[in-house]
Design a protein. Structure first.
Length: 132
């Protein structure tokens, strides 16, 4: 009888370890980062991204999600604004996300360059963020 309880305990501990390990991966992004223009990006655990558009001047808030697959990680920033000459719109930016080995650099690639954005920011197709 004791053997059954020990086996159940081992299975339970193993499952809990796998579950906690998979949850912690998506939270590597949580915290303060800066891009190549030294603009602050703050990712909260509740799925909110605060982007400081101009240092100390104009802040924007977005929602985001992280998908960690076996072969790649994707970061989606929802409803990023863009300017199409006479029309303003919103679209979701989906990036391929790659962390450096030390976890202090995040390279975002594969999204669209949206009109009205230049060099960096949620509307730019490629970004490199540094953990602060």
């Amino acid at each position: 009888m004791e053997g059954i309880y020990i086996k159940k305990l081992i299975v339970f501990v193993g499952m809990a370890t796998l579950l906690l390990g998979s949850c912690s991966k998506g939270h590597r992004i949580v915290g303060s980062w800066t891009d190549i223009e030294d603009i602050k990006w703050v990712f909260s655990a509740d799925g909110k991204l605060e982007y400081e558009n101009s240092p100390g001047n104009d802040s924007r808030e977005y929602r985001y999600s992280v998908f960690e697959g076996e072969r790649r990680t994707e970061l989606t920033i929802f409803e990023v604004d863009y300017d199409m000459y006479i029309m303003i719109g919103f679209t979701d930016q989906v990036y391929n996300a790659e962390y450096s080995k030390d976890g202090k650099t995040l390279r975002l690639t594969g999204a669209d360059d949206l009109r009205g954005w230049r060099v960096a920011g949620p509307g730019w197709g490629t970004n490199q963020l540094t953990k602060k």
